[in-house]
Ligand binder design. Structure first.
Ligand code: 6MZ
Length: 361
């Protein structure tokens, strides 16, 4: 595990609220319990539970959102989540979150995102490179130390943001999120994710907003095939998104199409097993895709909810699929090619991995 922690890693599928620290979630629940907003004893076991079906996961998200959807908490969890990823040598993080309205406290989707940005700026344990138009300028890039735990320099993490459309949202709400993403491009927002309870909603509801996003140069990644829904899977693949997440319930035609378009897959092993989207690692599609050299990237999905970390996902993959250190290193490095940030960032990341090669042998 220590080796997996030292390995530089790229995280491309992490939901902000799902990555919340267990201790923070517990503390927030206790405080709201004391204030009488919730009944702590009712939610305690929900938070502590280890195995959760997909349905239970979405019930837990409803609870998490009650606890976290205010500006101060959104800022706090953003800061903590980035610090946690950086502490396990994640060198590039594409963090996704669903901009939320909460009229009772004057929260708009924009002010929610401003709180996220504040959280980014509040990170103190590591240098955060997040705004493409100022931080990626050559001079500043040179001046920021390269992530290197071994020789005592400060760590650096690149953070980029994806705004999620929740499948419960209307076309108009989805469009509002896309427009917000476009307005926030200078602050490191690169694209749009479609997520939320996969048994809710219809593809055609989000399609106009996703097309609008693409027309305006935003990248798109879709949660695809988390439940059996052959028509939707085909429609999503025909959209040719830049990446898909999960791909658990794909049939032969879906694999063909995915491979034909060479769409990278964000693989979340622990999440898939805990939610029983895949019955066991023995039959997980990681193995086929890996052997076919199809583009894949290991990700956490919801590190807090599933009590995992990206280092742990590498460890799980190594033991389930017999990967050695060399293979794990290459798998982690390959992920650079599927990030949504520009070539300058990709070059920097390649350098980080090249420097790490010698030390990790
Ligand atoms: C689909 C998921 C998810 O956006 O509030 N989310 N959507 N499948 C999953 N697999 C388990 N895990 C998380 O983070 C939490 C939200 O991300 C989506 C859900 O919409 C969830 O409410 P944010 O930061």
């Amino acid at each position: 595990m220590e080796w997996c922690v030292s390995l530089p890693k790229v995280e491309l599928h992490a939901h902000l609220n799902g990555s919340i620290r267990g201790s923070t979630l517990f503390e927030l629940a206790r405080v709201l319990g004391e204030k009488g907003v919730i009944v702590f004893s009712d939610v305690e076991h929900v938070i502590l539970k280890n195995d959760r079906s997909l349905t239970e996961v979405f019930k837990l998200f409803d609870l998490i959102h009650i606890l976290t959807t205010d500006h101060t908490t959104v800022k706090r969890i953003t800061q903590e989540v980035i610090e946690d990823f950086a502490s396990e040598n994640v060198v590039y993080l594409e963090l996704r979150t669903t901009p939320k309205r909460n009229d009772s406290i004057g929260m708009t989707k924009r002010s929610y995102m401003e709180a996220v940005m504040e959280g980014l700026r509040a990170v103190s344990t590591v240098d955060v490179a997040f705004a493409p138009h100022n931080v990626d300028a050559g001079s500043l890039r040179e001046s920021l130390p390269i992530n290197d735990a071994c020789d005592g320099k400060r760590k650096k993490i690149y953070v980029r943001l994806l705004l999620s459309i929740d499948r419960r949202e209307s076309t108009a709400a989805a469009m509002e999120t896309v427009k917000l993403a476009l307005e926030m491009r200078d602050l490191g927002v690169l694209g749009i994710d479609l997520s939320g309870n996969p048994v809710v909603g219809e593809w055609m509801t989000y399609l106009p907003a996703l097309e609008f996003a693409r027309e305006h140069g935003l990248y798109v990644t879709l949660h695809c095939g988390e439940v059996p829904n052959p028509k939707e899977i085909q429609a999503m693949l025909d959209f040719i998104p830049q990446r898909v997440g999960h791909a658990c319930y794909f049939e032969e035609d879906d694999w063909k199409k995915l491979k034909h378009y060479n769409i990278p897959v964000e693989i979340c092993l622990t999440s898939n097993i805990v939610t029983a989207s895949v019955s066991s690692l023995d039959v997980h599609h990681f193995a086929d895709l890996y052997n076919a050299k199809h583009p894949i990237v290991l990700c956490t999905d919801d590190a807090g909810v599933f009590s995992t970390s990206l280092s742990n996902e590498y460890k799980v993959a190594a033991s389930a699929f017999g990967l050695g250190k060399r293979e794990m290193f290459q798998l982690a490095k390959n992920a650079i090619e599927f990030i949504f940030a520009d070539d300058g960032v990709k070059q920097d990341l390649r350098k980080i991995f090249d420097l790490a090669t010698k030390k990790l042998d």
